[in-house]
Design a protein around this ligand. Structure first.
Ligand SMILES: [Zn+2]
Length: 160
């Protein structure tokens, strides 16, 4: 059975790690927490880097989650603008909102892929994109010329 690390098992491990990270000499840390010099030294060299790495990963995931949330907010705004532009029959603004929404979806797909290591989302089969696409084509029903232009632009963009 491997010997347990008295520092890792210590109820104040977090404070010990903090003291070590902030540069306190391991001997004084050992004295402060009534531990042996050698166990603090071993913990500092062998276990602390792994703890720090883990903390950093948690931080990065939190950051990615935050980004994801921001892109979702952007997407809500873009769809809101699209709806308003459609109601106002403002095709130019509607198109700008559509292309922004599409970029948001791509970004969401990438971020989601990085978070759970899923394969990169294929936009053309994403239900959100299909829904948006149907919405766009429906909105342009009364404008056959614009509709044709938008459809061919979307198909061209889908390959990239
Ligand atoms: Zn340890």
């Amino acid at each position: 059975m491997p010997r347990r690390c008295t520092v890792c098992d210590h109820p104040q491990r977090h404070s010990i790690d903090e003291a070590l990270v902030s540069g306190s000499p391991y001997r004084s840390v050992a004295r402060r927490f009534r531990l042996s010099d050698s166990s603090v030294y071993r913990h500092k060299t062998e276990h602390l880097p792994a703890h720090l790495l883990k903390a950093r990963e948690v931080e990065e995931v939190a950051l990615a989650d935050d980004l994801l949330e921001q892109v979702r907010n952007l997407q809500t705004h873009a769809l809101d603008i699209l709806e308003r532009a459609e109601n106002a029959r403002d095709l130019r603004t509607a198109l700008a909102a559509i292309s922004q929404a599409r970029r948001n979806l791509e970004l969401l797909g990438k971020l989601a892929g990085e978070l759970d290591e899923a394969p990169v989302v294929n936009l053309n089969v994403s239900p959100e994109w299909m829904e948006l696409r149907t919405l766009i084509v429906g909105a342009l029903d009364a404008h056959p010329q614009a509709r044709g232009a938008v459809l061919s632009a979307l198909e061209g963009a889908g390959d990239g």
